[in-house]
Design a protein around this ligand. Structure first.
Ligand SMILES: Cc1cc2nc3c(=O)[nH]c(=O)nc-3n(C[C@H](O)[C@H](O)[C@H](O)COP(=O)(O)OP(=O)(O)OC[C@H]3O[C@@H](n4cnc5c(N)ncnc54)[C@H](O)[C@@H]3O)c2cc1C
Length: 511
């Protein structure tokens, strides 16, 4: 048998990595706690609806986009359809469609034209450079050499990027005399909050340029729901000889002599029995907090310090709604972002993202209905405090958030509230239960600086992280780029000694 890589978690990051390594010839086993893949980008069934658990819009399928690069390497034909406009941003005084040609944005904010021209040029260079999974931050000579190679290939255009690594988007806006333009700044803040987990004051301009490019690169619907990305990866992995094992709760990563030797898992949360699976290399598709818990005493001191030092990341409050389609306006775009006001804090129901199942995708809802996901950023700790203090207060809080969010959407989409036939709310407690991400922290770290970005290393030579905690962070496209980088890293540190032999299974993965 070739060397075995165990990947803990079948999120998009874990599965992309697993498929790349299986293709390279490793024996790959993915252990997933749930009975379906995708984690925060999964689709689940409830009362005849197929709801998207978190992510709803997918970018990165354009030429050189991360999913396109992975698809090309693995021979995947992604089941996706372009959606134009990407989404519609509803500010209190205007609604702006994010179309591929950017027409509505320039009409709503004509003063910003020069800014967008520069943004587009910066993003184009950054996309080209990042297409193969930049090893950032570099951790050894090989990664430095790889970075230097990418730099040389793009020289001297890449030098244009340098200033954007050192300034925030707000400083960049100042150069264009736009920092005092409250409506425009809010418009960008709302976009960056969902793509970079923080706002113009904090996001560094280089990241901001690519994050703000999402709608112009194209946003896609996945047929059957966003979980189709992970489901496609599972099929590909299986054909390549790897396996996904569902209902495997990994409880510990075993370490001996400073190296990971395998993992212990249980087949349900409640059973006491643990089974050991040996591994030559282990990759965790979860956060540094989860890594520390799984390592216990064996956690390196740097990791222990890291999880103490870091602030909790964002959480999400989400509403899954079943809507009666006839009550909604005809021709409504599928994705919307509603922003309550142009000042004050964001999140906590004041800014929401709404995604409706496309009318052409009849697999998503009972006839005459649509499956909808609405989400808002939220502080995770407040939900845990409420739950621990007083369960009634926790449930009341959920109801209050649901009402506030539905009211906000109803202000912009006539008939929305009336059309609600089913409501299923989810808080950070729900996310922790279904994704095993500690405290239900989702979306990775805020992108404040290129120079504090977290890489995949863990302090244990044959153990890595993959997913939205590592550079370049959140989104299905972001974690795919991270996976490309981790795949190269694993191959350097665990060169193949024996080719794997396998027969191509007739269908599907083990479930
Ligand atoms: C509300 C919300 C909206 C979002 N919207 C978008 C969007 O529109 N577009 C977009 O691109 N991105 C969006 N994102 C972000 C995107 O969903 C994530 O960044 C991405 O899916 C994370 O992938 P990941 O590889 O880090 O794995 P995760 O999604 O975190 O999945 C990890 C998997 O590992 C499993 N696992 C973890 N630990 C263990 C263990 N110990 N044992 C067994 N299994 C384990 C979990 O069960 C899970 O299936 C959104 C996220 C949220 C929460």
């Amino acid at each position: 048998m070739s060397q075995r890589v165990v990947v803990i978690g079948a999120g998009v990051g874990g599965l992309t990595l697993a498929a790349l390594l299986a293709q390279a010839g490793y024996t790959v086993d993915v252990l997933e706690a749930q009975t379906y893949p995708g984690g925060s980008a999964s689709t689940f069934t409830h009362k005849g609806y197929r709801f998207e658990s978190g992510a709803t819009v997918a970018g990165g399928f354009q030429e050189n986009g991360p999913h396109a690069v992975v698809g090309e390497r693995l021979g995947i034909h992604w089941p996706v359809k372009l959606h134009d406009p990407a989404w519609v941003v509803h500010l209190p005084d205007r609604s702006v469609g994010l179309t591929l040609d950017h027409h509505d944005v320039l009409t709503a904010f004509p003063q910003s034209e020069r800014f967008w021209r520069q943004q587009s040029a910066v993003a184009a260079i950054a996309w080209r450079m990042s297409a193969q999974g930049l090893p950032w931050p570099p951790r050894d000579l090989a990664e430095l050499m790889q970075l230097a190679k990418v730099g040389l290939m793009n020289f001297p255009r890449d030098l244009l990027l340098a200033p954007f690594a050192f300034m925030s988007v707000r400083q960049w806006l100042s150069l264009h005399k736009l920092a005092g333009d409250a409506a425009f700044k809010r418009f960008l803040d709302a976009s960056l909050l969902i793509s970079a987990q923080t706002t113009t004051d904090h996001v560094y301009a280089l990241y901001g340029a690519t994050a703000l490019d999402l709608s112009r690169q194209g946003v896609y619907h996945v047929e059957g729901g966003i979980g189709g990305i992970a489901e496609t990866l599972v099929k590909t992995l299986t054909v390549l000889g790897g396996q996904v094992h569902y209902r495997r709760f990994v409880t510990r990563i075993a370490v001996e002599g400073g190296r990971a030797t395998g993992v212990y898992y249980k087949t349900s949360r409640r059973v006491p029995t643990e089974t050991f699976l040996p591994a030559d290399f282990v990759v965790l598709n979860n956060t540094p907090w989860a890594l520390e818990q799984l390592l216990g005493e064996a956690a390196p001191n740097d990791l222990k310090r890291e999880v103490q030092r870091r602030d909790a990341t964002q959480g999400a409050f989400v509403l899954h709604l079943g809507l009666r389609a006839d009550d909604l306006p005809a021709g409504l775009p599928d994705h919307h972002q509603m922003i309550e006001s142009v000042d004050g804090p964001m999140g906590e129901g004041r800014t929401v993202f709404v995604s409706m199942s496309p009318t052409w995708d009849t697999t998503r809802a009972p006839q005459g209905h649509r499956a909808v996901t609405i989400s808002t950023h939220t502080r995770v700790q407040d939900w845990w405090d409420a739950f621990q203090r007083d369960k009634t207060a926790y449930y009341e809080r959920k109801e209050a958030y649901a009402e506030r969010m539905i009211d906000l959407v109803d202000r912009h989409i006539a008939g929305f509230k009336r059309s609600v036939a089913l409501t299923l709310p989810g808080s950070p407690l729900t996310y922790e239960f279904y994704t095993l991400r500690p405290q239900g922290m989702v979306g990775g770290f805020p992108q404040r600086s290129l120079f504090t970005a977290r890489g995949p290393r863990t302090g244990i030579p044959n153990l890595r992280l993959v997913g939205d905690s590592i550079f370049p962070g959140q989104s299905t496209a972001g974690v795919s780029l991270g996976a490309l980088r981790v795949a190269a890293d694993v191959q350097r540190h665990l060169p193949l000694t024996a080719p794997r032999t396998y027969s191509i299974p007739a269908q599907g993965a083990s479930r």
